[in-house]
Design a binder for this molecule. Sequence first.
Ligand code: Q9C
Ligand code: ZN
Length: 662
Amino acid sequence: PVCDIEVPERLSSSYEQLKSYHLVERCVLVPAREGSEEEILLVHRSETYFYHQHLEVAKSTQTMNEEELKRVSGNYDAFFFHPNTYRCARLAVGATLQLVDAVMSGKVCNGMALVRPPGHHSQRNAANGFCLFNNVAIAAEYAKLKYGLQRILIVDWDVHHGQGTQYIFEEDPSVLYFSWHRYEHQEFWPSLKESDHDAVGLGKGKGFNINLPWNKVGMGNSDYLAAFFHVLLPVAFEFDPELVLVSSGYDSGIGDPEGQMNATPEVFAHLTHFLMQLANGKLCVILEGGYHLKSLSESVCMTVKTLLGDPVPQITGEMAPCLSAVESIQNVRAAHKPYWKWLIYEDTSFLQNLSTKSHLLKKANANPSTEQESKMTNNDETVKVERFLELHMKNILFPVPPVKTATTDSKASAHLLPVPLHLVKEMDKTEIKALVSDFYADLVKEDKTWLSLGSMLAILDKILKKEVCNGIVESPTAAVSVAVALRHSVRFGFQRVLCIFIGDMEIIPNTEDGKVLMMHICEKEQSGKTSSKHYISLNWKEDAEGNDFYSAALGFILPVAYSYQPNLTVIAVGPNRSIRISEISLLLALLQGLAESRIFAVMEDTEINLMQSVAKALAGASTPHFGVYVPPTQEKANKIKILRDQFQQEWKMLQCSGKLSI
Ligand code: Q9C
Ligand code: ZN
């Protein structure tokens, strides 16, 4: 039997594409090795015998003739032996473990293993779905044993359910397994009941298996991001893993003949960027599926580029999850409510009548096309997506600014910052004066104010001209500085600016309607200011030790921001901020996925610890830690719910339940 999609070209074309983006030369190359029998047996041992059937059978295929290979392969579902399969599979295991060692020893922060055969369908005692040994599962057991890890997160973004991985860790609370997958009400391979959202784990492992079944094809960027905001990320931050492994199949990307989904390569940059915020950045990405060679290789490149710390491309197009995706998200949240603190006060209930149920009947009645016909249309489709991607990647990729983070040395305090920043000269006084009187006179009333605009304008200019990626500036009058900054940016041609105010500030109403989205995080209710689509006030006061801001950041701020798709983010920290430094760091880390990482921080509160943390977050120099996870109080959870209900029609990434409450 032959397999015409899980082919060696998957690796060679990915590698060629990495070379053409000059990504290979920026990586540390970790040599592969064969995984040892002992390592393979960490997962594939038989519990009752000394004879380890799975390993022995696999080993014996090395010397078989074609007929024997066919016979053995016939014992499995969608697995095909070649005389080299065993050796390749041992290399795939070994390469994966080498990556785990490189990350755990601190030699590298993160990395990707380009291996085949893939692993996530492989079970303790069976090959399955192109997988012989379960590379990622072995890696998790290995990391537990060798490094004493107690919490490992496996994120399986392959379009198929990694049922093998689920079976292996079903009863194990030390490994949290998350998988989304094409399901179509159990119509799609491997067509298992246990791939549905109600398979949450067994025994002690209850709550540590999370399945998000897609009941329709055509899921895209918004659906994947919604799944991260409303399911995976909150759980992941609560779980607080020590290591993150990705079962990284790109058959969930556009053009894949298996997945039939619509997500474009840059979404993988975003998913990667989010996962880099966990486990102190310890992230190992291991290849699984992905059968459209162009889609696969571009997605691999987006992943590696992000692992290397490059800014993330903007997502284009309408940001709204589809109804079926939202329904799936609602059900998995309902299924996991008993197990996770962050869900305690979320109003989640199961949705029984899914909008996709009728689609089953349609499918059964549809005329099956002949194999010849479907091969033809498949080829057409493949070429079409190839052409689309060729153009699309040119459109979304952008030159990385030569400088990451800029500041001015107005008070000679820049040297106190923990990371070397790029120093920019203040704008010249006459120049400011001219600018202000021409365009900003209504905003700048006091004389001493315009004097303080020199640093702000100098840095902002560099960001707008894309000479630097982000910047930090002190300002004794943040509200005025920001008002000027916003109008200046819009005048420069930026169409959507996201502005987040933190603390007590007299917010100057913006006149750039629709081109600015403001969010104000403060303790007191803003009297007289009513929220609207472009002005949202989030009253929040710190009341816990640790960090209880995850629910606001993931459940509200990020979905709104992703719905808006800003091309610049401005953050202003004023007096009496009501969130902690660790919470501001979290926000900064998450928001760097937007606006090609263009962030401008305007600081009125210049407490040294705060300045250091913001500088660190912007420079991306250290791996973040955001303080201990604290679940939101009922009051706070309720606040988020009310805001979500209020805005989910306009900012659709907020949607996480099927039947809208308004
Ligand atoms: N009629 C991975 O992506 N399809 N495996 C079988 C049987 C198997 C995919 C169809 C697809 C396996 C790693
Ligand atoms: Zn797959």
